[in-house]
Design a protein around this ligand. Structure first.
Ligand code: PPS
Length: 300
């Protein structure tokens, strides 16, 4: 987020409201018309996720694949959230995501969104842009989101864990229902060859393999050395130490209450869910996740 002193006051924590059937705050809807009218270029690459599913990880992988060799200075001077702007985000005192995208000097432009599939500006589809969707199992996703909401001042107050647990299952968090999000994109992928659907758990299991799949989807062929360098450079510990990828330079995070690169694991939900919560969750999950072809792993 680049600072723009001409804009308004710093915000306080926003309220959640229903926006076209999806829970949102005004930081993601105030620029709606302009975002919907966004003119994508055919080579734009959109990274779409439910929040906390691995957006930053995949953004960094793509950035290295496209620009790691050609713009080494970018790697030490431009934070990842500026290299890959957040399309719909509009927060007072910061340059709106849309304007950041339009100012990007790169080609292709890498663009981040948390929109459910039905909110994606139509131009991305008309221009046949490549879209990468990352899904993460709901339990870990919920835990990560809870911690993030505690430290991200542009998010509604998460309240305590028990309360958050219920709200997540009801879809009363920013970007709405996790269940609708992952299912909506999964359905779209079945008819859109331009959507590459990935899983956070697969990336943890074998980052190199997933980078290979990404490369064949994008038509990229890095050298073996480059591939190894990227696979090593994007591991959790490296990204956590790297000020360009760990969000430590971001003005709207309260690092006293946590860190953006928190644990980076599959299965951390076991440290948060009680036995009763786990049972309640699984029961509810079965009712909402009817498509047997979409399977997410909560353990490796
Ligand atoms: S955001 O705010 O929506 O853009 O957040 P997002 O980047 O999607 O998700 C943040 C979580 O992804 C974890 N992460 C990683 N895990 C493993 N390896 C790597 N390299 C990596 N990079 C980011 C990050 O730690 C957050 O998950 P939790 O579980 O909170 O640690």
């Amino acid at each position: 987020m680049s600072f723009d002193p001409d804009q308004m006051e710093l915000p306080s924590r926003p309220e959640l409201f229903d926006f076209r059937g999806v829970s949102m705050t005004h930081f993601f809807t105030d620029n709606w018309e302009n975002v919907q009218n966004f003119k994508a270029r055919p080579d734009d690459v959109l990274i779409a996720t439910y929040p906390k599913a691995g957006t930053t990880w995949v953004s960094y992988i793509l950035d290295l694949l496209y620009f790691g060799q050609t713009s080494p200075e970018r790697q030490t001077s431009v934070p990842i959230y500026e290299r890959v702007p957040f399309l719909e985000l509009i927060v007072p005192k910061f340059v709106p995501g849309l304007d950041q995208v339009e100012r990007l000097p790169t080609s292709p432009r890498l663009i981040k969104t948390h929109f459910p599939v039905q909110f994606v500006p139509k131009s991305f589809w008309e221009q046949n842009c490549k879209i990468i969707y990352v899904a993460r199992n709901a339990k870990d996703n919920m835990v990560s989101y809870f911690h993030f909401d505690s430290m991200a001042m542009i998010e509604p107050d998460p309240g305590d864990w028990n309360n958050y647990f219920q709200r997540f299952m009801q879809g009363k968090v920013v970007t709405g229902s996790w269940y609708d999000h992952v299912n909506g994109w999964w359905k779209k992928k079945q008819t859109s060859p331009n959507v590459h659907y990935m899983f956070y758990e697969d990336l943890v299991e074998d980052t190199g393999r997933e980078i290979d799949k990404l490369c064949s989807f994008l038509g990229l062929s890095p050298s073996e050395d480059e591939r190894k360098r990227i696979t090593g450079g994007v591991q959790f510990d490296k990204m956590k130490k790297n000020n360009m990828t760990n969000y430590s330079t971001h003005a709207r995070m309260d690092f006293k209450t946590g860190s953006f690169m928190r644990k980076g694991r599959v299965g951390d939900w076991k440290n948060h869910f009680t036995v009763a919560q786990n049972e309640e969750f699984d029961e509810d999950y079965k009712k909402k996740m009817k498509d047997p072809t979409l399977q997410l792993r909560t353990d490796l």
